[in-house]
Design a protein around this ligand. Sequence first.
Ligand SMILES: [Zn+2]
Length: 637
Amino acid sequence: MTSKQVRPLDGAVRTAAGAVRPLSGIRITGGLLHDWQRRNSRATIPHTIEQLRAAGNVANLSRLLEDDPAPYRGRYPFLDTDLYKTLEGLAYELGDGDTSAREFFDEVVGLLERVQAGDGYLNSFFQDPEAAKKPWEDLAWGHELYNLGHLIQAAVAANRRMGDDRLLRVATRFADLAADRFGQSGVCGHPEVEMALVELYRETGERRYLTLAAAFVDRRGTGQMEHRIFPAEYFQDHVPLRELPSVTGHAVRMAYLAAGAADVFLETGDRSLFETLERLWDDMVATKLYVTGGLGSRHSDEAIGDRYELPSERAYTETCAAIGVMQWAWRMFLASGAAKYLDVFERVLYNAYAVGLSAEGTAFFYDNPLQRRPDHAQRSGSEDGGEPLRRAWFTCPCCPPNIVRWMAQLADYVAAERDGAVLITTYTQAEIRTAELDLAMETAYPWDGDVRIAVERAPEGPYGLVLRVPGWAGNVTVTVNGEPCRAPESGGWLTLHRTWSPGDEVRLTLPMPVRAHGSHPHLDATRGALSLARGPIVYCVEQHDSPQAPVDDLLVGAHDVVNAHTERRDEAVVLRLEADAAPPPSAELYPELPLHEALPETRVVATFVPYFLWGNRGPQAMRVWVRTPWTNGKKAS
Ligand SMILES: [Zn+2]
């Protein structure tokens, strides 16, 4: 296995062991993802910058340049990362020519250059002369390498996208210090730096960063991570990663660790590491992911929970965990070329991730439940999570700037390449430019499954255009220049291999009927209930849209799903259907079951909206899972 990294002409990174390579020459030009990106640059980024200034994240750095620094503001030692994540997002924006946040970018980079210590150390919490702890004194909770990780990711983005290496020089000095300090032992309580060090290796060719990332992956599991509240499992330190039976502990830490390990595999080709990740992934998808793609069912310790422990109203599913799962999914796809990882990527993108942000782009959920009970919806707010509505900011604001950087880089996930072929991984209106060919993709996906791909530039000989067939899609058709094409589908891909000419048009049709999903019988929380989906979008019903019956009384049967209508509401597709209203037969909490008596039911109309749009019209009850008389494909007697 070669360890040499090669930078192809288009600027994409060629990994040593990946089956597929990422592309960087992609622009999203229209549709939902484009709307999201525009909202990010026009609303979420200005809001985030304002909040970072108001909360003291910028002042935490600038005060260190004064003789008698003001106290550190904020409760946590990782608040610099919220600046780093924002800078990473800005690097994409500024690289694309949007210069509105240039001043903030330059200001923060300038501060970081000046605040960095002579030995390369950088952390505004620990550099405080009055800090309660010394640098590197508390690896379990200090988050210093987690900080470094986000600094590196921002620096690599700025270097790649903007050709601006100021931050890379800062990050490299800190990374060198860490490589000296942690060459033999030590690991951070919060994984993140593993992904970043592999990226820094790709960017600089300096192998010690890759070696350190691989060491960090394998150093966990000694049970030595100590914290007064959290057990070793919280830190994924109770068992070595390669021996973990299942994803566990703090959800964001777990997903970041797995994504970092996948990056290590991509450069080292360590098969046993990849086999571990495949095993953990398959188990997670089969037993621990919400239907929305959310990961982490427990508020307590922000933990993943046991297999099939997936309650709806207390679902934690932190927005950052959603981003972590997408990062892991994308790397597993790069490693294997397997489409199954993209099915999860897409499910998370349009549901567990997108729900974290309000429609106007300036308020956020930290935790993302799949149900709001009517009485909870009336609460004024609570610090234990589960506020009725999204908030402008948080004491621990990890999610908002994470949303920002991910929104800004969505174009990176639209397509990939391997020798002799380009693979379309996400359907959206986009321009795709590779060293071999230019494509223009037009579609109203995810609202519509019609995709047109025009070839604008093509290589001389035969070349592959490989189209992803989502796991939910059936009866897919494809034409080339209007002629039906019987391309064989294999493992979630349709491969068109031919000599292309400019002007050729490929048309892919992915039918999008309304689907009903049930639950595994061991998943007690949603057994006997159904959730609705169409294409990659998971739906929910809010009380506003069920005026004739409480959402908790709705009883949706198979025929109701078959007869559901789709309608446009604003830009989104909503589902309108008739259902039974079945109020509780008695007020008793545990009534004896009536064995013969039919429950009184009346017919009502309800509208289901995309789950990611819930909570934008005031506090109210909401459900993703609704009751159904139809279980295991049969109507219950
Ligand atoms: Zn978060």
